[in-house]
Write a protein that binds this ligand. Structure first.
Ligand code: PNS
Length: 161
């Protein structure tokens, strides 16, 4: 059984994340989507809300499991018997941070490898931060996030405008 972990904040999940989940799931026996539980990042959604949204949008992919984690990613990977970390790469601007994280993780645990999937052209500009900014101004986010969760994002900003 070859198991991989796709970790992230997913605050909220975007169509770019979903594309990586679908493509990674095709290449591994099991894919665990690991949602970081880190209050110091002040996420818009609680970790429970982020896990729930991910379950709703990727529930039909049978070999995908959604879990939250706190602490070090390599420890979570070891606990879940996963020896591969998947990260999406959108542009060269992502690369420096991703390389630093991959190298750090490989020093922390040399048995865990990081593999990168390049973002599909359709989503190479997209980030959760952009989605939140557009939603905060009442803009249309339908092209950026799964339709099931659009209203959930707007709700977070209702009353704040
Ligand atoms: O979606 P993000 O915010 O870019 O994901 C970042 C994430 C969750 C992959 C990263 O912050 C992480 O792995 N955090 C866990 C703590 C950790 O293991 N840090 C050491 C690696 S640099």
């Amino acid at each position: 059984m070859i198991r991989a972990i796709y970790p992230g904040s997913f605050d909220p999940v975007t169509l770019g994340h979903l594309d990586i989940i679908q493509r990674a799931a095709r290449n591994f026996d099991e894919l665990i989507v690991g949602v970081l539980n880190n209050q110091s990042k002040h996420p818009l959604f609680t970790v429970e809300e982020r896990v729930k949204m991910l379950k709703e949008v990727s529930g039909k992919i049978l070999n995908v499991r959604i879990m939250s984690f706190s602490g070090l990613l390599v420890d979570f990977a070891k606990e879940e018997k996963a020896n591969c970390i998947i990260r999406g790469l959108r542009a060269i601007t992502d690369f420096e941070y991703e390389l630093q994280m991959a190298q750090t993780n490989s020093i922390l645990n040399s048995e865990v490898d990081t593999m990168f999937l390049t973002a599909s052209n359709d989503y190479s500009y997209l980030s959760s931060t952009t989605v939140k900014e557009i939603a905060s101004f009442g803009g249309n986010i339908e092209k950026f996030v799964p339709k099931e969760i659009c209203s959930r994002i707007y709700e977070k900003y209702s009353g704040k405008r």
